[in-house]
Design a protein around this ligand. Sequence first.
Ligand code: 6R9
Length: 657
Amino acid sequence: SLVTSGHLRHVESMAQLPSGAGKISHLNAVILGEALASEENDLVFPSPEFSAQALVSSPEQYQQMYRRSIEEPADFWSDIASQFFWKEKWHPEVYAENIDVRKGTVKIEWFKGATTNICYNALDRNVEAGNGGKIAIYWEGNEPGQDGQLTYAELLDKVCQLSNYLKHVGVGKGDAVVIYLPMLMELPIAMLACARIGAVHSVVFAGFSAESLAQRILDCKPKVVITCNAVRRGPKTIHLKEIVDSALTDCAKDGVSVGLCLTYENQSAMEREATKWQEGRDVWWQDVVPKFSTKCLVEWVDAEDPLFLLYTSGSTGKPKGVLHTTGGYMVYTATTFKYAFDYKPSDIYWCTADCGWITGHSYVTYGPLLNGATIVVFEGYVTRYSRKSLRVLGSVGEPINPSAWRWFFNVVGDSRCPISDTWWQTETGGFMIAPLPGAWPQKPGSATFPFFGVLPVIVDEKGNEIEGECSGYLCIKKSWPGAFRTLYGDHERFETTYFKPFPGYYFTGDGCSRDQDGYYWLTGRVDDVINVSGHRIGTAEVESALVSHPQCAEAAVVGVEHEVKGQGIYAFVTLVEGVPYSEELRKNLILAVRNQIGAFAAPDKIHWAPGLPKTRSGKIMRRILRKIASRQLDELGDTSTLADPSVVDQLIALSDR
Ligand code: 6R9
């Protein structure tokens, strides 16, 4: 079978290869060295040269490691964890878990009782190993010619200065710090500085609006907000500090006052003289931080002490504060980084994600630096470079369709570089299903097989596990070190959202199928979460932004297929009685969403809806709205249970307005 082939061959051209489920006979054809029936073949093999140098170089090697990770998780993970520095070792057990709500509170703990520090492991440990002179960060700015770099030793100095400053202003272990910065080097510096002193960082993507920022500040009540005065996006200047000002003013009205706004002067975007300033609260980073010592003792924290909060969209209600702790997250991000990218110390690694999302936490900052890697932090636009030195490509955030996969493989990777299509979530901390690039023949569009220690299952509507070739809901059967531990301040919501839908399992919210060769294919969210260019957006958030407009009575939002963005946002809007629908109103409705959430959440389409299809109990039938939005009018299904079936015809009639 697939996993016992020892003889991998690289398929040179992917151009004619179709998508669809793989057939085992084709692999045999490859092994036997027969000509490929390329039209039906959908396996893409790593080259023998690549596999020969890879950390995991064959399916058998993967299988052996995977089996151990599942059968002896404590030994497997403690062996890996031993490569890190722990002030004290864990006791009594490597891990303890209950993920079955029927047995009581959900609890996940890894390496509990151990003390460590992730900043120490990412920086000091590498410097002490003699790598202080190695470049840690190459920074590329918005304009050509704006760049910078820091060695591990220099990065450590900068982090220590900020840590010392934060301690000086009273930030201590367990205190929250909100970071609202673009992709300057100061962003990973700020994250690491918090981690060093045991403070909990909460990075808010700098594309979020003042209202979204305020919502997060109100939830986690930080002692300090760290931002910069402005940032340039192409030709535009975005005044980040003014967004923070407005958020802080709103928070103060709601009883949460933040006493300090540490502001980095981003000179290339804006002079400090032009920046609005609140004396007593606002402080320029450059005026204070460099005065502090470049040596700062580490705060040793328990492996289960919180490292960071990252807010993410759910299907209902306000954003959820996903909480990650220190030890398990450290071990898991470092290990997934190393294997999924087949990391070599001479690699220069560039992850295009922003640190405002989980990918930027795990695979810009922590995972690579824990491995002593050289990373690229990139603020502006892509220019053309030679791609000869590329070794491995990665993809994340949404299902990648086979034709996009082939473009990435053929054009970006010159049909030479394996693609690591990594499926995971803010909640999972690190990669969960991902091809190890030297081990597996890939199928374009499939994230392939689970990472070590991850036990995925596919369940049906009733929560029964289904075996073999099947489709259903993707769940995970046991905990893994990088799992989130709770939703900040709302453990009940944590259990309700993730552990109650299918008792005994962690429910991912994603649909998934498994083909006859055991490959996993992620098919997208099965809840009311829309994935726009890899950004998770809850329909409920967009709806509440729309109805905040005084002329909007009701709104229902669904995702529709979008050629470029994966999914687009399609909003059905009912106006207040007597208000006519107009182009101006359309623009204002979109503006309301931009202002309340951020530009990335702006609806692609507003569909005027005199009424919405509802059941007699008043529940909006989104299934029908999705069909209308995607113009699948012959698939509307049964509309007879609607309180007023005629609204469907009205909506169809208004489709093209
Ligand atoms: C890391 C990240 C999580 C959701 C997840 C799923 C989708 C992520 C994917 C993928 C198919 C992949 N998703 N990676 N779908 N293939 N390789 O994106 O986290 O922002 O929390 O989004 O993204 O639907 O549930 P997050």
